[in-house]
Design a protein around this ligand. Structure first.
Ligand code: ZN
Length: 441
């Protein structure tokens, strides 16, 4: 890994005082060792001449399904419950080790290419080991886990789990992967959503997540049909039910959280539950618009995630940031959320959702070196004179502007060349494994 000196960048620190400065960043091992003007070091392994490029913390996406990347474009224009039952579940059920691995590699390639350095990921029921292998090899920082589903109708046989087995397999994966790669990989329990989980399973997750000190990642209140299923089966609204069984704690991360009533918002706030906003997915599935400005005002930690490729259809934080701001403007007026607030959500907001705010999310001495360098020498991001940097990055820049990406001190993309992922191989194998998967349907 060694040491890297990044010279002469516009450094958007995203620290508490939102400092932006022109200068150098010295990375030693996997940590940011020094930030300042004209750092003098004699013995450095690599110098990156950033001259005018923008250095940002890597983006943190707090809701991703790597195992679904192979299904991009195979479940368009459907209602959520149909989307799951008629397309996503059968496709997930047909996965094998090979297809999960290349689905993950395809997703990670896209994520790194567009400046994302950390993800909270939810895999499928089987072959999660292959996704962890891809995470390990690619160098991305990830909190991930196998999805858990032991309840519900119209679930393909290959995805139907017995409660005990689901918990046992989760713990086996946790014991192998939590803290792997020097802490770059973490495990999270991932009950899919209340609709596909028994109370016994959810209570098991509650106890085991407390015992092992790990996160719980689930979907909640994404869709009105989902909420009515939960209400009719459990007699309570979604988040009220999660609280009722003792799952609503600071380690619980809820994807979507669109249809919350006042009591549910109070529970989320008082229990320190975290929320992930997925604007692209919410628009495409017509799920609704989450009350993000209100949640932020209440002091609730909200991150951003692209969700899976079949409901977006990209894993691109630049698009998600733009949508995060724009959909609120339609609802609440143009002043409701500015570019800086959105960029904070994409960096430190995500770090807080994952409980990693002391390690990632900003460019500060002692933090882990998860960085992206943007090259903004192009028509669509000019002029640069007297620029509002937040506006330039959030409203004008695109993923094509990401030039170089470092994760945990390792350069994983340099001058737009992938360093840890063999792109031609991954594209070729994605097609091969998808073709074989479709033949298994
Ligand atoms: Zn999802």
């Amino acid at each position: 890994m060694g040491s890297t000196l990044i010279r002469n960048a516009v450094i958007m620190t995203m620290n508490e005082t939102n400092d932006i400065l022109v200068g150098d960043v010295l990375v030693i091992g996997n940590q940011i060792a020094q930030i300042g003007a004209n750092i003098q070091v004699t013995d450095v392994d690599r110098v990156i001449e950033a001259g005018g490029k923008v250095l940002l913390p890597g983006f943190i996406q707090t809701h991703i399904h790597l195992c679904q990347t192979l299904f991009r474009g195979r479940a368009d224009d459907l209602e959520l419950i149909d989307w799951l039952r008629t397309r996503i579940w059968p496709l997930e059920a047909a996965h094998n080790e090979d297809s999960v691995y290349y689905s993950a590699m395809l997703g990670i390639g896209e994520l790194i290419r567009s400046g994302t350095t950390t993800i909270l990921d939810m895999e499928t029921v089987n072959h999660t080991e292959s996704a962890f292998q891809a995470i390990l090899e690619s160098g991305i920082r990830a909190v991930s886990g196998k999805v858990m589903m032991d309840h519900g109708t119209e679930v393909p046989l290959a995805l139907q789990e017995k409660t005990e087995q689901s918990l046992k397999e989760s713990v086996e994966l946790l014991e192998k992967w939590h803290g792997a790669a020097g802490g770059r990989i973490e495990y999270a329990f991932c009950p899919r959503f209340v609709v596909s989980c028994t109370e016994e399973l959810l209570i098991g997750v509650r106890d085991l997540s407390a015992q092992y000190g790990v996160k719980v990642h689930t979907h909640a209140s994404e869709n009105r049909e989902e909420i009515s299923i939960v209400e009719s089966e459990r007699g309570l609204r979604n988040v009220v039910y999660l609280d009722h069984i003792g799952l609503a704690k600071p380690n619980l991360i809820l994807a979507h959280s669109i249809w919350l009533d006042e009591e549910e918002k109070r529970i989320i706030k008082e229990r320190g539950v975290k929320v992930t906003h997925c604007p692209g997915s919410n628009l495409k599935l017509a799920s609704g618009v989450a009350e993000v400005p209100e949640l932020l005002k209440e002091g609730i930690d909200v991150g951003i995630g692209a969700d899976g490729a079949p409901c977006n259809n990209n894993l691109d934080m630049f698009q998600e940031m733009r949508l995060t701001a724009f959909i609120q403007k339609v609802k609440h007026g143009p002043t409701v959320m500015n570019a800086k607030t959105v960029l904070q959500m994409a960096t430190m907001g995500g770090a807080r959702v994952l409980g990693l705010e002391d390690k990632i999310g900003s460019i500060e001495v002692g933090k882990l070196a998860d960085l992206q360098l943007l090259d903004l020498e192009d028509f669509h991001v000019y002029p640069s004179f007297d620029a509002d940097w937040y506006s330039r990055v959030v409203y004008a820049a695109t993923r094509g502007d990401v030039d170089t990406v470092m994760i945990d001190g390792q350069v994983v993309m340099e001058s737009r060349i992938m360093k840890t992922i063999d792109k031609p191989l991954v594209l070729r194998e994605a097609d091969r494994t998808l073709k074989e998967l479709l033949a298994r349907l």
